[in-house]
Design a binder for this molecule. Structure first.
Ligand code: TXA
Ligand code: MG
Length: 346
């Protein structure tokens, strides 16, 4: 498929600092794990698979490496990062887990759940990575390649999604290459990811809060905590003025085409992102059609979401019409990403 090599200039990339690194791409074997750990130890940047999306890793304890990471992605430095660790002992070394956090960790780690927790006094994660907050976001990923890299490296690894800031998140190594070749040191190719949307983020405050819907459905979390999760309204601040959910930019995950949600018909110059039985008017005239899940399965739809958006964007369609997706289970995360993709790109 041609979507990995996009020829059209992208306005949003032109403001990036120019970098000219030689990006090595390795299949995910033992040698690649060692190379990744060595690269991280040298302050390098490594694209690697997690079960949710591909991450761009840097040594969380090395402020210079973290600064390089922000620069490679073109990411605003006020947007803090998730520290990935190999095991619960490593999590406890950088954050304080209360009973609720321990219960969530026990139930869902390793897996697509990130917990925002108070830092320990001697938290080794660089201030730059947490944007000066007194909390740190932590996740133990489930992907075997991610876990092997974390074990081999032995320190926390900050890893945002391995795309240019604001772009659609990568679910294959080819997506990482198309955004970040020349800007990072290494990409470990572990094939397409399983989940397809980023981790669910829970703020472990007095009451646990849903900061970002993601790859772990809220219903599963609510069964463990035994009550309903409050969704934090965007831009909510704490008493001290710090944002509760920093970096939840309204426009994010954006393809170049505009995105039209809850479509009931397709225009001739639009591509269609379908869901379920695609009996929708105008479909025969549509430039391109991709279906998130013809059978209406939300897990399959999440796994296909970002790849299908990229593919449809590459057709050059003016707009991508998106059929409605039910809001339960993984549908909450899918609709969140679609809503962000639709903002401000008219
Ligand atoms: O699935 C994922 O979570 C992927 C893979 C690579 O692990 N990573 C990911 O990272 O999605 P990123 O950087 O795209 O999203 C991290 C989000 C930020 O947007 C930020 O809002 C939130 O985590 N975050 C990080 N630290 C925080 C903190 N101390 N308080 C509140 N939110 C925080
Ligand atoms: Mg991201």
């Amino acid at each position: 498929m041609g979507f990995a090599h996009c020829k059209e200039p992208d306005q949003r990339i032109s403001s990036l600092v120019k970098l000219d690194l030689k990006t090595q791409i390795l299949p995910a074997n033992e040698a690649a794990i060692t190379a990744a750990a060595d690269c991280l130890a040298d302050g390098g940047l490594v694209g690697f698979p997690t079960e949710t999306v591909y991450g761009l890793g840097a040594d969380a304890t090395n402020a210079q490496a973290v600064a390089r990471l922000y620069q490679a992605k073109g990411r605003p430095a006020f947007n803090p990062l998730i520290a990935h660790v190999a095991d619960i002992a490593s999590a406890r070394a950088i954050a304080r887990l209360d009973r609720l956090a321990e219960a969530l960790a026990e139930a869902f780690w390793p897996g697509p759940l990130t917990l925002v927790l108070p830092k320990t006094e001697d938290c080794a994660v660089a201030e730059l990575a947490t944007a000066g907050l007194d909390t740190v976001a932590i996740r133990i990923p489930a992907h075997p390649v991610a876990r092997n890299i974390l074990r081999a490296f032995g320190r926390p690894v900050v890893a945002p999604s391995a795309n240019l800031s604001g772009h659609v998140s990568p679910t294959t190594a080819a997506h990482v290459e198309s955004d970040l070749a020349g800007r990072i040191d290494l990409i470990v190719d572990g094939g397409p990811v399983a989940v397809g949307v980023e981790s669910t983020i829970i703020g472990c405050f007095e009451a646990p809060m849903l900061l970002r819907p993601g790859g772990l459905p809220r219903e599963a979390i609510e069964r463990v905590i035994d009550h309903q999760l409050v969704r934090v309204p965007e831009h909510t601040a704490t008493d001290t003025g710090a944002p509760l959910a920093p970096g939840m930019l309204a426009s994010h995950y954006a393809p170049r085409a505009s995105v039209r949600l809850n479509a009931e018909h397709v225009d001739a110059d639009e591509a269609l992102l379908a869901f379920g039985a695609a009996n929708i008017s105008g479909i025969t005239g549509s430039r391109a059609v991709m279906n998130l899940s013809p059978s209406g399965d939300l897990t399959e739809a999440a796994a296909n979401l970002f790849g299908h958006l990229r593919t449809l964007d590459q057709t050059g369609a003016r707009s991508i019409a998106v059929m409605p997706v039910p809001h339960h289970g993984l549908g909450e995360a899918i609709n969140d990403r679609l809503r962000r993709a639709a903002v401000g790109r008219e």
